[in-house]
Design a protein around this ligand. Structure first.
Ligand SMILES: *Cc1c(COP(=O)(O)O)cnc(C)c1O
Length: 409
């Protein structure tokens, strides 16, 4: 396997560890590796495991589904139930189409936005990640940022030319791109979490909504991380901004491969076979993934979000205290935390890129040595789950106090 992994963020070379963790099993908030080491897991499969590992209701739902058959290639009641759960949570989503990964969902939403507007150009933000869609790889966050890959070879000039990269939280750069290019869509993570967590400034999402409207462009919000996490109805619920198209994944599949894109009825009716815009998938709406997703969403009712809030606050306040006077900024939104090794608050990808990789690496290695598993990238969020508890957080914070010493030694 290239780099020993099936997805780049799993590698640990960027924090100075030769080998990634090889997982043997997960239990709630803990990951056990093949050597029997136990870690408090702040990665949680990079977002899907909002209930932690091997949640009994999710495991039971998957087992029961598997006993009935693993794939049919024809619709099931579960897909209708899952779509109904999503439509009820997201005000802007009347209809949705399931796919197998966030990458596929982004690719399909962009295709639909182009079909609906008759335009080609996509405006995206530096440091945002929308999966490894060719045209969306420029200045991406996540694994590309971690590996220092600004734009991937293998992307054609035509695909790159149809993407305009602008700066997060910078209205002027959005205005300039939209005025110059008349894009098909403005594409954003409403709570960016692939350059670390960098919430929108006050009014920024409302501004994107207005700019898309005045330009006749679609607003596509990629809620693959934020959906069902920062709130029941995602970032759109918190900020009161409706997308034309919403991209979902991660929590939606409850730890199995599932993702979706959705939006207003007249837009989604353009998708084949209702309409002319083609998109398909042999395993889309897979019954095991749908069962895991449904079981997960059904746990995500109050007081779950209140609890997630309290856990997130405890972790972020604890890390802030542990860092003390050192140049560390702890950013957080419900369910997501990033300790940036920076003297100044981080507002965009330039700020995230200016954080100290060496100090973050020393910090991570010290945490791993103490049985705490943080994301091995300064561009990723720590994912809080409902399986984490006060004791896990307090152990993490105690280890972090020593790890900050190691980071700044
Ligand atoms: C993870 C992620 C994706 C890609 O999802 P995959 O299932 O890994 O293809 C897209 N957008 C965002 C915001 C993500 O965090």
């Amino acid at each position: 396997m290239p780099g020993g992994v099936n997805s780049p963020v799993r590698a640990m070379r960027s924090i100075g560890r030769e080998h990634p963790i090889f997982a043997a099993r997960g239990e709630g908030a803990e990951l056990v590796d093949v050597d029997g080491n136990r870690y408090i897991d702040w990665v949680c499969s990079w977002g899907p495991l909002i209930l932690g590992h091997a949640h009994p209701r999710v495991v039971a739902a998957v087992r029961e589904a598997a006993e009935r058959g693993t794939s049919y290639g024809t619709p099931t009641g579960g897909e209708v139930e899952l779509a109904a759960e999503v439509v009820e949570r997201f005000r802007s989503v009347d209809m949705m189409r399931m796919v197998n990964s966030g990458t596929e969902a982004s690719m399909s939403a962009v295709r639909l936005a182009r079909a609906a507007t008759g335009r080609d150009m996509i405006v995206k933000f530096a440091g945002a990640y929308h999966g490894h869609v060719d045209g969306l790889l420029a200045e991406s966050g996540s694994g590309l940022a971690t590996q220092g890959i600004p734009a991937s070879p293998g992307v054609t000039r035509a695909q790159a030319a149809d993407t305009m990269v602008v700066r997060w939280n910078d209205r002027e750069s959005v205005d300039a791109a939209v005025d110059e290019h008349a894009p098909a869509a403005i594409l954003a993570e409403p709570v960016p979490a692939n350059m670390g967590v960098v919430p929108p400034d006050d009014g920024f999402l409302e501004f994107l909504r207005e700019r898309a409207d005045t330009a006749g462009a679609m607003l596509i919000l990629d809620e693959v991380i934020s959906g069902f996490r920062v709130a029941r109805g995602g970032a759109q619920e918190i900020y009161g901004v409706d997308a034309d198209l919403t991209i979902m994944g991660k929590v939606l599949g409850g730890g199995l491969p599932a993702a979706a894109y959705g939006g207003r009825r007249e837009l989604m009716d353009r998708v084949a076979p209702a309409g002319d815009t083609y998109q398909a998938g042999t395993l889309s709406g897979n019954p095991l993934a749908v069962a895991a997703g449904l079981a997960t969403l059904r746990e995500l009712e109050e007081p779950a979000y209140e609890r997630l809030d309290a856990l997130t606050d405890r972790l972020s306040a604890g890390l802030r205290d542990a860092a003390g006077e050192r140049p560390v900024q702890v950013a957080s939104v419900r369910g997501l935390v990033t300790p940036f090794f920076s003297a100044a608050p981080v507002k965009d990808f330039d700020g995230a890129s200016a954080t100290d990789p060496e100090a973050y690496g020393r910090f991570c290695r010290a945490l791993l040595d103490r049985g705490i598993y943080p994301p091995a990238s300064r561009f990723e969020a720590w994912f809080v789950s409902l399986a984490h508890d006060e004791a896990a957080i307090d152990r993490t914070v105690a280890a972090a106090a020593e790890a900050f010493d190691a980071a700044f030694a």
